[in-house]
Design a protein around this ligand. Structure first.
Ligand code: SAM
Length: 229
């Protein structure tokens, strides 16, 4: 992967960035996403935020090598602190982290999101918890995508401001993904079903029975079976 040819995962994220957006890519690493979007003229301005020195230096190097330093500002900052009012950011991408870390980053600085119209989030794990946080914090899901790359399955969740009634099913599976039931979606939940059945068996064999966990796993296993079998 480089800024000319994104991974399928980041390409999917890029596909949800509105034309002419002013983007903050938080946890940008090499800044491949903002560089790609700038070179393809999809965005007009970007912040590449990084909290770790090494990736921050890589992002700076990439942006300078591509001659894009006037259009992409690389900042060493924790989460949304990378955004300044004069950036007039309207779109935020956070990709390649756990869902919990993504929700912590958003939760730490809600004021920074007041003028942001769209969040495009790609959690590697913990999608359900992230959907729950989004749902409880005034965001509604406008699109979702699921894809497979190098044996790994990724979800992309796109939200804008607004209320949405999401039941436990929709939080777990994703409201759009569970309607669409793509081949990758079925594959993901077949794998999850096997994992959960294995864990449930172990839980039931444990000396001290954790009834709450057993009930949760049993419930989810029933839901998954109903949805995909
Ligand atoms: N977004 C890129 C992608 O999807 O390919 C890079 C993903 S990389 C696995 C995650 C990056 O997020 C790391 O470079 C890490 O330093 C950065 N990161 C983690 N927590 C962060 C935070 N609170 N603020 C900014 N960057 C963060």
């Amino acid at each position: 992967m480089n800024s000319e040819k994104l991974s399928k995962r980041l390409e999917t994220v890029a596909g949800f960035v509105p034309q002419n957006a002013r983007l903050a890519d938080i946890g940008s690493d090499h800044a491949y996403l903002p560089v790609y979007l700038t070179k393809t003229k999809q965005i007009s301005y970007a912040i590449a935020g990084e909290v770790v020195k090494g990736p921050f230096e890589s992002a700076k190097k990439e942006v300078e090598a591509q001659g894009l330093a006037s259009k992409i500002k690389v900042r060493l900052a924790d989460g949304l602190a990378a955004i300044q009012p004069e950036d007039e950011i309207d779109t935020v991408t956070i990709a390649g982290m756990g869902g919990q870390l993504i929700s912590e980053i958003l939760n730490a600085d809600l004021e920074q999101l007041i003028n942001v119209k769209r969040l495009i989030l790609q959690p590697n794990v913990g999608e359900c918890g992230l959907r729950r946080w989004l749902n409880q914090n005034g965001y509604h899901i406008v699109a979702e995508s699921i894809l497979q790359e190098h044996q790994k399955i990724y979800e992309v969740i796109v939200v804008e401001k607004g209320q949405q009634a999401l039941n436990e099913h929709a939080l777990l599976f994703g409201p759009f993904l569970m309607q669409e039931k793509s081949t990758v979606f079925i594959k993901k939940w077949q794998q999850e079903l096997e994992n959960k059945e294995r864990v449930l068996k172990k839980l039931k064999q444990a000396k001290q029975l954790n009834q709450e966990k057993v009930a949760q796993f049993s419930k989810e296993i029933t839901w998954i079976r109903k949805l995909i079998i």
